[in-house]
Design a protein around this ligand. Structure first.
Ligand code: NAG
Ligand code: NAG
Length: 523
């Protein structure tokens, strides 16, 4: 950005912030930076399929997303992640962007098929190991901690073809094998490990709605050639939970003591607000959280599925054997929360609901909606599912804190998306004021939860760059940096300048905090 543009941008930011922090809304007042712990991670997030490209380079095998995106009709704009934003070749440039933001961490995922082109059924691809070594070393040279996800929706296609991927318990062995290799090769330098990204989204989008590979579902949920929307999400979830446990056990037993890192899982955590103050709707909102999020976290932390799920689903829900329960005991070190938005929830057990998302038995008998009596829960955005409701961040973090005994948390994704509408092309895509407002209000809500005692240790903005947004291809932009998808040129948006300033203010004031003088060594 030119100097004059930057000045203008900063002026706009100040106005936005002034209006935010003098708002009468109580959660937005008094932003006290000293409430953040000294080693708080500020970063941006990404994932291998959405960023890397190089889909056949240097010995990488095909994964489920390579195959899915190449089938006509699966991606809205007919695009693929073959090139994506070419992070594989441009990671040094991207690290320079991170350096300029002043972040101290970077969340990325490892492409499983780049390391193991055919899972455990063939050799390790050393060129893949070398790529991640270069990435990790380059980050560390700039003081940026790698925060690494083992699988972010992509698995080697070989595993789908051989035994149906996550539908088979054999996936547990493959995931453990892959995790072991990652700990062995990278764990001397990687201190933050995530097993799965959003298994709750993956299980439902791939096996209930048929929108993610392997695109399995049944009527009335979707129109797929194969699948069972009422059974399969629970089978794959069960295998993912046990795969998580397998990887955690390997880490705990063979690596953690020596390497000194921590390991957790990332869950998609929307907040659910009862649509009325009736007891039935309040219970429905609780149920929604259970069926959506605690579905994964309860087994990993408590060794069993949420009571509401057991009661409603009965024999549909797989059971944990004695040895599974033993394996689950080692749980996790932290919970990663991807939070973007909130919904209203209406009970559908005592009352008859109109058709809509959530109303069936296997979804948990609640109707999910973004509005009440025609009024949206928060400012609408270009994206139908995304309304701006910053309070939801505080409520969700507080809920997780209470349900899971204040297990350490990281906000592993939070961000604002815009449609890449042709009509809007001339409308200054770099002046993303709405993204700045979104981030400022959500960080403010997060700080409020932290001041009230939530053990939150980091925040990752989704995303460093505009990128391949799954079934929406390149039609949605979430980046702090604009990417021209033809030239792949990266240009900072206003939100990048804003985030940089936010990080600088919150880090500097931590250093000068007289009550915690020893925090200086961290920054
Ligand atoms: C389901 O998909 C098939 C094959 O793609 C198509 O012919 C049919 O019209 C679809 N049915 C519905 C109800 O959309
Ligand atoms: C991308 O760059 C090309 C070449 O400079 C330009 O013609 C095009 O308008 C750019 N597209 C966007 C979306 O900025």
């Amino acid at each position: 950005m030119e100097v004059s543009q930057l000045k203008k941008a900063m002026f706009i930011i100040q106005i936005v912030l002034a209006s935010l922090f003098t708002s009468s809304n109580s959660i937005m007042t008094s932003d006290d930076p000293s409430s953040l712990p000294g080693n708080f991670l500020f970063g941006t997030a990404s994932s291998s399929y959405q960023f890397e490209g190089a889909y056949k380079s240097d010995g990488k095998g095909l994964n489920n997303w390579d195959v899915f995106a190449h089938e006509p009709g699966n991606i809205i704009d007919g695009s693929t992640g073959d090139i994506a934003v070419d992070h594989y070749h441009r990671y040094l440039e991207d690290i320079r962007l991170m350096e300029s933001l002043g972040v101290n961490s970077y969340r990325f995922s490892i492409s499983w098929a780049r390391i193991l082109p055919k899972g455990r059924f063939a050799e390790i691809n050393m060129a893949g190991i070398h790529y991640y070594n270069r990435l990790i070393n380059s980050l560390l040279q700039k003081g940026i901690q790698p925060f690494v996800t083992l699988t972010h929706f992509d698995i080697p296609q070989e595993l789908e073809d051989r035994y149906g991927g996550w539908l088979s318990p054999k996936s547990q062995e493959d995931f453990g094998y892959f995790a072991d290799i990652c700990f062995r090769y990278f764990g001397d330098r990687v201190k933050y490990w995530v097993t799965f990204n959003e298994p709750n989204i993956q299980a439902t989008l791939a096996y209930r709605w048929g929108e993610f590979p392997p695109a399995r579902c049944s009527a009335p949920f979707g129109n797929c050639t194969l699948g069972d929307s009422e059974m399969e999400p629970f089978i794959v979830a069960h295998n993912m939970i046990l795969s998580h446990a397998t990887a955690v056990n390997i880490y705990r037993t063979n690596y953690q003591k020596e390497q000194g890192g921590i390991i957790g899982i990332v869950i998609h955590a929307a907040w659910f607000e009862p649509i009325s103050d009736s007891l039935a709707d309040e219970l429905a909102a609780e149920r929604a959280v259970s069926f959506f999020m605690s579905w994964f976290l309860d087994p990993i932390i408590f060794g069993k599925y949420p009571a509401e799920m057991i009661e409603i689903l009965g024999s549909i829900l797989p059971e944990f054997s004695r040895s599974d329960q033993e394996k689950l005991k080692k749980g996790l070190d932290f919970i990663g929360i991807n939070h973007y938005t909130s919904y209203y929830v209406q009970d559908c057990i005592l009352s008859i609901c109109e058709p809509g998302k959530g109303i069936t038995k296997t979804e948990g008998y609640y109707k999910q909606s973004s509005e009440k009596n025609g009024v949206p829960i928060g400012q609408p955005t270009d994206l139908e599912w995304l309304n701006v409701y910053p309070q939801g961040m505080e409520y969700m973090v507080t809920y997780v804190k209470e349900r899971y005994n204040n297990t350490p948390m990281f906000i592993t994704e939070n961000g604002y998306g815009e449609k890449d509408d042709l009509k809007l092309k001339d409308e200054k895509p770099l002046e993303d004021l709405k993204r700045v407002e979104y981030m400022a209000s959500h960080l403010s809500a997060l700080l409020s939860a932290v001041r009230k005692g939530a053990d939150v240790r980091g925040y990752f903005a989704w995303s460093l760059l505009d990128n391949f947004e799954w079934q929406f291809g390149y039609t949605e932009r979430f980046g702090l940096h604009h990417v021209n998808f033809t030239t792949l040129k990266r240009t900072p948006k206003l939100s990048a300048s804003w985030y940089k300033q936010f990080i600088a203010e919150h880090s500097i004031r931590t250093i000068t905090d007289p009550d915690h003088p020893n925090l200086q060594q961290i920054y």
